[in-house]
Design a protein around this ligand. Structure first.
Ligand code: ZN
Length: 406
């Protein structure tokens, strides 16, 4: 077993727990300021959120965003990052950054990636030369990036993989790789290494992995390998099982989750942190996230709709000019979205704000101990009738004491 204590550069202040579900509200103190939990973290792939400047991202109230190690490692590259003093300076972002390990990107983007005990072997997308990403290399890159939260390299398999032996191997290798990451980590006093629980949809593997990871005592804990097209019931069971075994005083991050319904249910199951490219990606297809569902503003029915994207939204796009906003209408988005990048920018602003506001209202509801009521109102707004509620959400919430149908 690995050394039991590694330094932590965060403190987790638990402020309130829902008296019915497993939801928690907390404040996470990180090297670049405090972050309210639960939180949604927008993904700024190449040190820039597609469609937003750092100032615009700042305006949304975002205190923690995600950068991709794989992309930053290729360009600008480690030497440039070292020269400029890390990603905060490089992108003039004064708040916190979380980086992934780079492994997931490789396995998902590069078809020829091969996983061995040493690391992930792949061919350089630039010149086709053979390259190897090891746990040590991933941590060195993240040390150069200087992110406040860094992720271990893990052996990621899609949850829908039917190969249980391979799933077990990936889970056990992820534990071994965590030990190598802990050894390689140069700055534990200013960067927080999170472990990643693997084990696919097999609850026994998940339990074993959780026990191994918890014993390593990293500052935070992630549940990985989900959001790979598995059934939502299976997803909920994994999250529920893992959170049930995790220490109360550490942040819990479920990777790759961002649909509003998934967020509210996962919080009820005891998770605190989430990330997903969906809100920004879907903006580029003309989609606006609202409390009443996703609206496609490329639809001609919006061509003469002079209301804001969402009534009452506080984003700078929806706020009226008198309120210091841009006063953008649905009709305007309809007009520009098909041909101009401006439409995607405006929708990105709105969607990121929607996600952050959603998390803010979730947090307030937990602090006031009215989260079950919040859940009922949330689903009530999203669907016209209870018969349309997704069964997985009804079942998962019933499991933590909330009956949406009553
Ligand atoms: Zn808005």
């Amino acid at each position: 077993m690995a050394p039991v204590h590694i330094p932590s550069a965060l403190s987790f202040e638990l402020l309130g727990k829902c008296s019915v579900t497993k939801a928690r509200a907390a404040t996470l103190h990180l090297p670049h300021g405090t972050v309210p939990l639960p939180i949604f973290m927008p993904v700024a792939t190449q040190a820039s959120l597609k469609g937003l400047t750092p100032e615009q991202l700042e305006e949304t109230g975002c205190k923690l965003c995600l950068n991709n190690t794989y992309h930053l490692g290729l360009k600008p590259g480690q030497a440039t990052l070292d020269a400029v003093g890390g990603a905060h300076k490089f992108q003039s972002w004064p708040h916190n950054i979380l980086t992934d390990s780079g492994g997931f990107q490789m396995v998902s983007l590069l078809k020829l990636a091969k996983i061995t005990e040493e690391g992930v072997r792949f061919l350089s997308p630039h010149d086709g030369s053979p390259m190897l990403l090891t746990p040590e290399h991933s941590i060195a890159l993240q040390n150069s990036i200087g992110s406040d939260i860094i992720m271990q390299l893990d052996d990621v398999l899609v949850t829908t993989s039917p190969d249980l032996a391979r799933m077990k191997e990936a889970m056990e290798r992820s534990v071994r790789w965590l030990d190598r990451c802990i050894q390689a980590h140069k700055y534990p006093e200013r960067q927080n290494l999170f472990c990643i629980i693997q084990g696919g949809l097999d609850l026994e593997l998940r339990r074993q992995c959780t026990a191994e990871m918890v014993a390593r005592d990293t500052p935070g804990i992630a549940i990985g390998g989900l959001s790979g097209g598995e059934a939502k019931d299976a997803y909920c069971k994994v999250v529920d099982t893992c959170t049930g075994l995790l220490p109360e005083k550490k942040p819990r991050y479920v990777m790759g989750v961002g649909y509003p319904e998934d967020l509210v249910v996962s919080v009820a199951l005891g998770a605190d942190m989430f990330d997903c490219v969906w809100p920004t990606r879907t903006a580029r297809f003309g989609n606006a996230i609202t409390a009443h569902g996703v609206l496609n503003l490329r639809n001609a029915m919006y061509s003469t709709d002079f209301g804001p994207i969402e009534e009452g939204c506080t984003c700078s796009c929806c706020r009226s000019v008198e309120d210091g906003g841009l006063g953008i209408t649905r009709a305007y988005i309809y007009h520009v979205t098909a041909k101009e990048t401006a439409g995607a920018h405006l929708l990105t602003m709105h969607n990121v704000q929607y996600q952050l506001n959603l998390m803010k209202s979730i947090r307030e509801a937990i602090l006031e101990d009215r989260y079950p009521k919040f859940l009922k109102e949330f689903f009530g707004k999203l669907y016209d009738a209870k018969s349309q509620y997704p069964e997985w959400a009804v079942t998962a919430l019933k499991g933590v004491g909330v009956d949406l149908m009553e």
